[in-house]
Every structure is written in C-alpha cells, then in structure tokens.
Design a protein around this ligand. Sequence first.
Ligand SMILES: O=C(O)CCC(=O)C(=O)O
Ligand SMILES: [Fe+2]
Ligand SMILES: [Zn+2]
Length: 407
Amino acid sequence: MVSLWPRSQRKVPTFGNEITQLDFVRSLREPCILSKDFTTNFKADIFLSDYKNEHGISPVDYEKFLNVFDPNHEVSVEQIDPQSGQKVYRRMSLLDFVYLLQEGGDSQVYLKDWHAQKEFSLPSNIYHDHLPYFMKMDWINNEKWTESDENPMKGDYRFIYFGAPGSRTLLHEDVFRSFSWSYNVTGFKHWLILPMHRKGEFLQRYPEVDDFSTIPNVIEDFELIEAIQEPGEIMVMPPGYYHQVLNLTECLSINHNTINAFNIYAVYEELCERLKAVLKELDDQRELRTEDDFAETVELVLNSDYRITKRTMFQLAQFIQSDRSQKLKNDQIIDCDPPSDIEATNFWTFGDIRVVESILNCQCDCNDASRHLLSPNPCPTFIKQMNAIDYFFSQFIIRKIADSFEQ
Ligand SMILES: O=C(O)CCC(=O)C(=O)O
Ligand SMILES: [Fe+2]
Ligand SMILES: [Zn+2]
C-alpha cells in the first residue's frame, strides 16, 4: 500500500477517548482525526465483509452494500476516460458501479457526493445517533427542515463516497466555509493538507494548480501536513483548509458539511467578501438592468459560486432562532442580547478561545462535564446551553444581515 503522492513527516493529530472537550475545541483550528474510539458503536458491519483482506481490514461486502441500497438505483460516477485520460462522469446503476469496482483496471471509478442518506433515509442508528454532539450541532443536516422542501440550503450536505484504489479528490477547500468531517467506513486514505498560514502564498504562486503532487518539493516548501486515515477514523476539516485525498485501497466513507454556531460567523464573513467580488464583477450591468433584475442576477451568481447567499443565510438563521426559542421556551436566557463580543472573538477567524470557553462552561454536575461536546448524548443542561448559543448566534446573524439590507 504505497502512496503515489509525496509523504510528509508532519502529521494530523489523532485524538482518542481521553481527549477533553476543551482540548478538542482548541485543536479545531487545525485538522484533526477522531480515533476509532469514537465510532465503536457505528454499524459499519451492515456494509462490510466478515473476513479481513490482505491489508488486515474488512472490505465492503458488495452484496450487503447493494442490499442496504438498491442495485438498480442510478448514480453519477466519476472515472478516468481510458482514451483521453480526462475525468468524465457517467450515469449508471449501483450494480454496474460495483461491477466496475470488481473488475479493477485503471479507470479509478469514484462515486462521490452521493446523497445516499436522503435518497434512502438511512436509519439513524447506523451512524447519526452515535456521533459526538459537536457533529450533531448542525444547522443544515440535523434539523426538522433538513429533508423538507423548506430547507433554506435547498437540500442536505450528507454524502457517501465510494471509490476504487487510486481514485482521488483533487485540491479544494470545502463549500461556504463549512467544516467537513469524513468517517472512513473502510479503506485507507492519504490526505495532504496545506497549513492555513501558507494558504495566501500558495494561492498566489499556484492559482491554477489542483494537485500538490505536480509541484516539486511542495511538502517541504509549503510545510504540508498529512494523514493516512484508517477504517473507523473521522477526519475533521476546519473551514477554509485546502486539502486533497487519495484512496490507497478501495474506500467507503460518509461525509458531511456543517454550519453551526462555531463557524457561522466565518461563513458570513466569507459571504460578504464573495458578494463584494460579485458586485464588482457585475458592475457594468447595473445600469442596464432594473434594480430587482440586478439583485436577482447577483443572487444567482453568488449561489452558484458560494452556495449560500444573504437571503439563504438570513432564512437559515431565522429557522434556527425560532426553533431554539421554542426549545428554550420558559428559560430566561432568550431575553438576553447576543454577547457583544461575538464579533471580536470569532472562533475560526481570530481563534480567540474565550467564546468557546464560555460555551463549554456548563453549570451542570454530571459525570460527562468535561466531555459533553464529544458525547453522543450529553446532559439536558448542556443541550440547553447549546440551544442558547445557537439562539445567540442566529440572532446576531439576523441583525447583521438585516442591517446590511437597510444600508
Ligand atoms: O475522501 C475524499 O475523496 C474527499 C473528502 C473530502 O474532501 C472531505 O471530506 O472534505
Ligand atoms: Fe473536502
Ligand atoms: Zn452535564
């Protein structure tokens, strides 16, 4: 199992059960891996063979996989066209996709960004119920509107990735300053990650490059970080990090993109930047169109570029505010104003830990007190506190956007 990509001595840290929530949150400014400790209750078995293969792991049992889903279900599959060597996408049934995996060969088939969770309503006990609470704090994928047409994001951001050995995802940052996490059901993935403090310089020097491995000495010159992610591990990728992934063996994984109180302000700030850029680009059209028509065009462009606009974000924040205020109904907390220092303590942008510490300062006396955020079922006091945090942050975003509409 040798990687075709260059290797780095700088490793993504792996955390086991012993990590406290405070250390976890502090570490979240950089990518990290949650070890198998966190996924022992996941029902990976419904996809996997009973035997171990030559790599010492249980591979996907194709029959079980096709049983969980539907052999005739159509999906879009990425592969390398043998003639041109180019990436192409083909619609095919899951059964035909599995045939291609079994066949092997060089086409590096990769089923990516597949909304299996939505298309098949995967039972929540497969993985969702067992996720650390941090991952359940998800304004897009864990709400009553997630599966409905009302979803302001126009859909969920829960995916399955299933790829042949050698299949890959080239250099990118994830959508709308979400943080993404990737639970590896089986296989080994080689991740290469650009440290945040080298991002500006890298983009300036290599604006068009989509693969680190094409740049000589890139590991040393840009201090790249790496991970060989093993079965059962969860990679947590904070907003804005550039990364690429190579499947060293056949790999099946579950991936989510998330917005919550931790990153909402970073999502908003980036949205303002992108909006500015779009307005500049479309400036010569302003005179040629009516005000409404122009606004609509801006909305469309921003939506296809960033996948979230002020309108969608406003709506999302309103949904959260109303949901959390119902949940907090009789608690005084909803009479408070948002903490005035939110802006100055934006976690992802400025890395100030004070807000996070106050989030974690739960007034309960349960046994889990130092691990609430990593526990799948924290105490009700903590859940209430997190609802209050969501409430504050959603209210804050609503005000910000409302003010900007008035200007
Ligand atoms: O596993 C892959 O191919 C890509 C995963 C990824 O980019 C992510 O989870 O953010
Ligand atoms: Fe990604
Ligand atoms: Zn507690």
